[in-house]
Design a protein around this ligand. Structure first.
Ligand code: SF4
Length: 344
């Protein structure tokens, strides 16, 4: 099991629930726009949010943003250690910076001292697009081995300063490379891991790549927090992250099972399944719901679920905890299922 760290009041690692992160795409020094976006992300279920800090104007906005939001705030910094010091002084909850990119040891020491004083974790964010020159020269390309080596190198730089309040991300836009790099690093490190497939793409392909990469790692028991990276409104990233966790049964909320339908189906299952999912999208019960087209696999899956529907001709059979309850007309099936879920 990984070590546990705290990002504000959100535990990460050590068996804590897997937290969902996203990143604003507003200009951070446009405080109103950034706060508006963070509030929308919060409403969607985002638990930790990151903002880019490319300059001092962004760093100086941190305290104003923080005073108006309710989830931990992370500052994303490259190269300039003074931005990290400013963000730490202004109450940020975590700093993403790679010590290997800051420059000399004294600058790293100053960032570590500021984070130690405020009990702030540092996220090391290894990315295939910004590997250290010497690592890239050694491996020629941003291979999984190169990414894992960069992660280790950065963790060791902080360990030399007796600092282990660390979370590590290792991201490539290639799914195989991402998975292999995390696996290599997880063999050597016990810090929590922040998962993601970087620059995954537009919502459709980005979701598929993220589900494969993040989902594959979670199936291997690797990963403590995640960000789905999409070329889209970041709220979509949060929905995608929720769906990945739900699909694996790793988050609050129902797991849905529904069949693809075939020539045996006599109900409008596409509509019924969509309506069930839509009406229960805010349900936080850890239950399994099955919506099946007919009596072949239908009753079996429906029985295995907490609440289930199996299609007949113009009617559906409603199940609860494996027991058939009653037949309901097709038009009333969704309402009947939702009422059973609410009664659980
Ligand atoms: Fe076809 Fe019935 Fe299977 Fe659905 S449950 S795919 S309708 S056989």
């Amino acid at each position: 099991m990984t070590k546990r760290i705290m990002v504000g009041n959100v535990p990460v690692g050590g068996g804590a629930p897997i937290s969902i992160q996203s990143m604003c795409n507003t200009k951070t020094d446009d405080i109103d726009a950034t706060v508006d976006q963070i509030l929308r992300l919060e409403a969607a279920g985002c638990e930790i949010v990151r903002v880019a800090v490319p300059d001092m104007a962004a760093a100086r906005a941190i305290d104003s943003i923080k005073s108006r939001i309710h989830i931990p705030l992370v500052a994303d910094i490259h190269f300039d250690h003074r931005l990290a010091l400013e963000c730490a002084a202004r109450g940020v909850d975590k700093i993403r910076i790679n010590p290997g990119n800051i420059g000399d040891q004294e600058k790293v020491r100053q960032v570590v001292a500021a984070c130690r004083e405020k009990n702030l974790p540092i996220r090391i964010g290894v990315n295939s697009g910004s590997l250290e020159r010497e690592v890239l020269e050694k491996h020629q390309r941003p291979t999984a081995e190169a990414l894992a080596e960069s992660a280790l190198l950065n963790v060791r730089l902080l360990e030399q300063l007796d600092f282990d309040n660390v979370v590590v991300a290792i991201k490539s836009s290639d799914v195989f490379t991402t998975v292999r790099a995390y696996r290599l690093a997880a063999e050597r490190l016990d810090c929590p891991f922040h998962l993601g497939v970087t620059e995954a793409g537009t919502p459709e392909m980005g979701m598929v790549k993220s589900a494969m990469g993040i989902g594959g790692l979670l199936c291997l028991g690797i990963g403590d927090t995640l960000r789905v990276s999409l070329t889209a409104d970041p709220v979509e990233e949060v929905h995608a992250a929720r769906d990945i966790l739900r699909g694996l049964g790793l988050s609050k909320g129902p797991r849905f099972v529904s069949c693809p339908t075939c020539g045996r189906c006599h109900v409008d299952l596409f509509r019924i399944a969509r309506e069930v999912e839509e009406q229960l999208k805010d349900c936080e019960k850890n239950i399994k719901i099955a919506v099946m087209g007919c009596a072949v696999n239908g009753p079996g899956e429906a029985r295995d679920a907490d609440i289930g529907l199996a299609g007949g001709k113009g009617e559906m059979l409603l199940f609860r905890k494996g027991e058939p309850l009653r037949k309901v007309p097709e038009a009333e099936a969704v309402a009947a299922l939702v009422a059973e879920v609410e009664g659980l």
